[in-house]
Write a protein that binds this ligand. Sequence first.
Ligand SMILES: [Cu+2]
Length: 475
Amino acid sequence: MSRSNPAFRIPRKRLAGMQGAWTKMWDPPAESNPPTPELLTPNNPVPAFMQAQLPDDFRMNVPGTVERDLMNKVVMPTWDNQKELVFFAFRDNGLQSPLNDGIWPAPTIRVPRGVIFHCLAQGHGPKPHTIHWHGLEPTPMNDGVGHCSVEIGHYTYQLQPNFIGTYFYHCHRNTVQHFEFGLYGMFLVEPPDAFDQQDPNLPNFAGGYPRRTAANLEDFSQFSDKFVGGDPVWGVAGPFDGALEDPDPHAFTVEYDVEALWVLDDRDSVWSDLASNGKAFYPGGALTQDGQLSGEAVTPAPGTDVQRPGFDDQFPRGFFHDYNADYWFVTGVPVPAHRGETGTITSGNIVPAALNSGVAGMQVDVNAEVDQVVLVRVLNAAYNTIEVTFPVDVTIIAFDGRALGVPPYGRYNHAFELKAGTAYRMSTARRFDALIRSSNPVNAFAEVKFFDTNGQKVLDPEPLLVTARIPIVIS
Ligand SMILES: [Cu+2]
């Protein structure tokens, strides 16, 4: 297919005269509710789509704008009822009760490539916080890295997602604490027309499946009926008249029937126990001579302005190296295992449409039909290294939000087959997208091995802590 609707073009700005917008910003905004530089009118169709499709569950408060409230406390009993874990959850302010009571991981943001995306971030509790759009390309003020903080209050983030793929968003202040406590969610960039069709009688109903994601599957004949190619040099040596990618919105994409989200995370319940004592974490808590937490502010060096967050933080010495995971999760579903054990997550987990930008049917454990195309999106949200092993051959189509073999970076990489039983190892915050298409029934488990990376010496083996099993049923 080919489409040349000019609306699918992404207008690009010239850098001349715009250097300031691309210069790293080293100081946070001085005021608590800073204005968004160069604020445009958002044209993200998803909030209106959600309101139309989910009138009982979702209300759009600001036109075209996604909302995220930070620091909503969620307390979740562990699977063995031995502990209670505290989460610093994001909340979608448009969600109606009971879904707005606190969700972890946060509701998944889906957005078409190329739209002007706005997110109104608001906070509770001690400031400051940010939202960092991990792997995306906002301007510095909108990037949400530590020194560009949103003082709690509100700020409208503005960005334009340019590449179809799997990303996530997270608070980037005191990151090891705030990320570890669950201030994150997924951010999925879809083809430009992913939310255009709103007729539920049509097969590409915007709230269901099949959907499409970026891939180059020219060398994989098993996907030939689902794959659309494109101009391999677009944006590289080919036309570059203001469009970053081929004007065909489906160029270098593959259609998939089933989508599964694996957000792989670990928690240290002792960190959770200390959550009520903010000074145990940030800022100012200190170790006394006998190694106890004093709760007192560290005496600043002479002339030091201790009011500059991000510059003068004084963490208890070594505290954030003391991480001993004892609970594990797959997309919020507990892994019923203690250290040294193997646990299988429950079957039949479906992400509600209201927590997935109105798209119904996203799975955790995989339940598909023979010959269907299954897309598995995987994020390592643990504070440790993990290994993922599939029971069937899979095709790896993307790393870290960039589709392999797809312009403009496609010259340097390509999709590849990962054979059944081959471990795929990944560090914190990394993502990959895998396709499964089996012509035979499957009733097996993917395995996720969670390791203890912290404190390792170079070349020392990382102890295996727990193995999680994720059911994969293809019938
Ligand atoms: Cu935070």
